[in-house]
Design a protein around this ligand. Structure first.
Ligand SMILES: [Ca+2]
Length: 432
């Protein structure tokens, strides 16, 4: 996938950064980034924990969008985590997800196919939806990159797919399930947008790819900057280098939700901007936070946490990379929303953002955010509390076979999965 460096030795240090919520900014026509404001940056070096020292929690929380209630921890203490393989042989899986309340697990393959994994019987042979005739999956970053089911999928059968077209455009389309609930209808495509790469793009990368619904029913879509298209990142008048927020239940082909920060700008869909290639983000509906992992270029990988009422945040790229000035050497870091965590390229090369665990099987990890590095082939987690990164844990010893993690995902119960470049989909389960 979106990869261009060789694995590096894992000798770096994670740096946890003080949280800075994004401030409202005014859209600008030129990429000078001069209008954004954010809280000052603090830096606190924190070594990665090598053992599991998780305090039990007795918190009971109802996960928004599901009826899952997290019980108190079982009597057996958690001794670690393990991978339970649920499918193998997939072609570079990119998304793992389920419709709300649906027992089936849906997986996308980069080649343009959506497939179903059933608990117990595994991967079905027959695809749910095959868009191979319209998806380009050559190169390293093209393909079917995003899939989200409508919150009312059980009633309306609507699903949203983000993919790279044969023309190398980035396209968001809606499909509907066919008369057979086990098969989507490839002929039902309704295109919501179809964007060529930005004019200053030097190649065919940085498409972003994640799509997900938030608790308010709006759809969020991650778009990368188009690869070295440096005029995009600091310009909220362009949809690139941003996470978009749209209302797919109104308008034609969609409506701009009330509260979007740049309603009069050139791209009123923009919700936050200043991103290089936000391959994976996730929304935690319990704390109303979005976790955005932005793949770095020269030296730093970063994870940002933005409140769902934090529209307008400028996440810095390409003025900054991680918590460092980049293209603008004399930048003032206080002008941008800084990541809450970064690590350098001694420790990996391409961050894969994950999910906040809200399932029931591992109450001890409730609220912990999992992520990975595609080159470092490690999985780590932290808990974001009181605007700070806490309880950093390195799960390398528990999950040595995680591989090159393309994506994380959850099922309808909030249980957590990873899928890797090698074509394996595995559930992350507790060892007690
Ligand atoms: Ca940034």
């Amino acid at each position: 996938m979106r990869r261009w460096r060789l694995p590096l030795a894992r000798v770096g240090v994670i740096v946890a950064l003080a949280s800075c919520s994004g401030a409202e900014t005014i859209g600008v026509d030129q990429p000078d980034g001069s209008t954004a404001t954010a809280a000052p940056v603090g830096t606190t070096a924190a070594p990665v924990a090598t053992t599991i020292t998780l305090a039990p929690t007795t918190t009971t929380t109802v996960v928004a969008g599901t009826s899952t209630t997290v019980p108190a921890p079982p009597d057996d203490p958690i001794r670690g985590l393990a991978l339970e393989v649920v499918a193998t042989g997939l072609h570079q899986p990119t998304v793992v997800t389920s419709p709300p309340g649906d027992p089936r697990l849906f997986v996308t393959e980069r080649s343009g196919v959506v497939r179903i994994i059933d608990e117990g019987t595994g991967l079905r042979t027959e695809p749910f939806l095959d868009l191979g005739d319209r998806v380009d999956s050559t190169g390293i970053e093209q393909g079917m990159l995003g899939l989200a089911f409508h919150p009312d999928y059980a009633d309306n059968g609507r699903l949203f797919v983000y993919y790279v077209t044969i023309e190398l455009h980035r396209r968001l389309s809606e499909f509907t399930v066919g008369p057979d609930p086990e098969a989507g209808d490839p002929g039902s495509e309704r295109v919501l947008f179809d964007l060529a790469q930005p004019p200053d793009s030097v190649d065919i990368r940085h498409y972003g790819g994640m799509v997900a619904f938030g608790p308010g029913g709006n759809l969020y879509v991650a778009l990368g900057d188009g690869a070295d298209a440096r005029g995009q990142g600091q310009n909220p008048d362009t949809p690139f280098a941003s996470i978009l927020r749209i209302d797919v239940d109104s308008g034609d082909p969609y409506a701009i939700p009330p509260g979007n920060p740049f309603p009069e700008g050139g791209a009123p869909e923009v919700w936050v901007y200043g991103l290089r290639n936000p391959w994976r983000f996730s929304i935690d509906p319990v704390d109303d936070l979005m976790y955005i992992a932005d793949v770095g270029q020269a030296a730093w990988e970063e994870i940002n946490v933005v409140p769902l009422d934090g529209g307008g945040a400028n996440l810095g790229w390409p003025d900054t990379e991680g918590a460092h000035c980049f293209q603008k050497p004399d930048c003032d870091l206080a002008d941008y929303t800084m990541p809450v965590l970064e690590y350098d390229h001694g420790d990996g090369c391409s961050v894969t953002g994950g999910v906040v665990y809200r399932g029931a099987a591992i109450p001890e990890l409730h609220g912990h955010y999992f992520y990975a590095d595609w080159c470092g082939m490690w999985v780590r987690s932290f808990r974001y509390a009181d605007r700070a990164v806490t309880e950093e844990t390195d799960w390398s010893g528990d999950l040595p076979d995680a591989g090159q993690v393309n994506t994380f995902g959850t099922d309808a119960d909030g249980e957590m999965y990873l899928a890797n470049f090698e074509g394996v989909v595995a559930k992350i389960v507790p060892v007690r």
